[in-house]
Design a protein around this ligand. Structure first.
Ligand code: PMP
Length: 397
């Protein structure tokens, strides 16, 4: 039966992590991953999460199934976080939200939903984008187009190119947009640029699908949701948001995310929710209980939510400090050309390092980065920063 199955190439980033683990050199550094590490190089377990987890353990509740669309308290709290406490869309009942298996699950359920509603629509993703965007939407049967995004010459945004490409899409095309902390480049739009994109999307009758995997990782909960808030205020009838708590709650393996679909009115949102539920039912029936209970427990407690926001702020401030430290130390080491790293946002930076330089970093210095030059600045800390800076400066000479 399986004789004709060929080996599918593995995920290059996971392959990199395997090579890193196998590396026996002391002082090795893995900048290839997409995970936030703390100053001690560990994945943090947030205090707010631990409090809920301990309370849950004491209760020792039975493990029944969640509803198909997940925990209601989780979905309501998610809506407030994503759309804002006082969102008119929420007041009007226009948002259908379902807890999903991480942000990835939200993307896949959203893709499967759209395929049923708009069978011939195409989707456009940024060039470059998170590799899985192409895989998820391609697997769901979409033709995947790209729009200009990153400008290698400036290490910033090719905004004119982006507008030009979006302007050429056929009406009805789905446009995947990264809300903030763009993966893999770290290059984001500012509020004025978002407003222009919103107007163009409206004019061209495109369907925005916003992927928000890093809310709170750059400036804060509300500021990082600017794209969502501007689309919400635009009068656009329909758009979609996939959000993930993997990073913001440091709950990677708990698979916590949500899909929110905005409809024209309450009635449309209710009908869409019924289709979302059937789509989930046919994929995995219902989400898992534990991660949702943790996030809901934090977000529905005033005290724990404040504690979480503080911990989230500490994470983003540490990232900003690492970016600043890296730029400053690189300049001191004779490599001032990396100043742009400070302007980029979130966990990642397109460093501009070439494939050959990335290979040298790994072979000569035991520093692992993605072949595209993407580095995870959230894996830097005071103990490895000098090692990384000296190696990057050396391969850049
Ligand atoms: N979207 C983007 C842009 C991401 O970077 C990630 C995580 N790497 C996801 C979605 C998926 O998040 P999750 O791990 O919650 O599935």
């Amino acid at each position: 039966h399986f004789a004709a199955v060929e080996m599918v190439p593995g995920d290059p980033i996971l392959g990199l992590s395997e090579a890193y683990v196998a590396d026996t050199r002391p002082g090795k550094v893995n900048l290839g991953v997409g995970i936030y590490y703390d100053e001690q190089g560990r994945i943090p377990l947030l205090r707010a999460v631990r409090e809920v987890e301990q309370a849950l353990a004491l209760e020792a509740k039975p493990r029944g199934y969640l509803p198909i669309d997940g925990l209601a308290t989780y979905n309501v709290a998610t809506q407030k976080l994503v759309f804002g406490e006082d969102s008119p869309l929420l007041a009007a009942g226009r948002v259908a939200t379902a807890q999903t298996i991480g942000g990835s699950g939200a993307l896949r359920i959203g893709a499967d939903l759209l395929k049923q509603v708009l069978p011939i629509a195409k989707i456009a993703i940024s060039n470059p984008s998170w590799e899985n965007h192409r895989v998820v939407f391609g697997s769901a049967g979409f033709e995947v187009l790209t729009y200009a995004y990153y400008d290698a010459a400036t290490h910033g945004l090719d905004f004119p190119g982006m507008l030009a490409d979006l302007g050429k899409l056929e009406p009805g095309t789905v446009v995947l947009l990264h809300a903030c902390c763009h993966n893999p480049t770290g290059v984001d739009l500012n509020a004025e640029q978002w407003q222009q994109v919103v107007e163009l999307v409206k004019e061209r009758k495109l369907l925005p699908f916003i992927d928000m995997a890093y809310q709170g990782f750059d400036v804060g909960i509300d500021a990082d949701a600017t794209a969502v808030r501007l689309f919400a205020a635009s009068g656009i009838e329909a758009f979609i948001v996939a959000n993930s708590y993997s990073k913001s709650f440091s709950l990677y393996g708990e698979r916590v995310g949500a899909l929110s679909v905005v409809g024209k009115d309450r009635d449309e949102a209710a009908r869409v929710l019924s289709l979302v539920k059937r789509t989930i039912r046919s994929n995995y029936s219902s989400p898992s209980t534990h991660g949702g209970a943790l996030v809901s427990g934090v977000l529905n407690s005033t005290e724990l939510k404040a504690m979480w926001e503080q911990e989230l702020a500490e994470m983003r401030e540490r990232i900003h400090a690492m970016r600043a430290g890296m730029v400053e130390k690189l300049a001191a080491a004779g490599a001032p050309q990396f100043a742009f790293i400070q302007e980029q946002a979130g966990m990642f930076s397109y460093s501009g390092l070439t494939k050959a330089q990335v290979d040298r970093l790994r072979e000569e210095y035991a520093i692992y980065a993605v072949g595209t030059g993407r580095i995870c600045v959230a894996a830097l800390n005071r103990a490895n920063l000098d090692t990384v800076v000296n190696a990057v400066a050396a391969v850049s000479r």
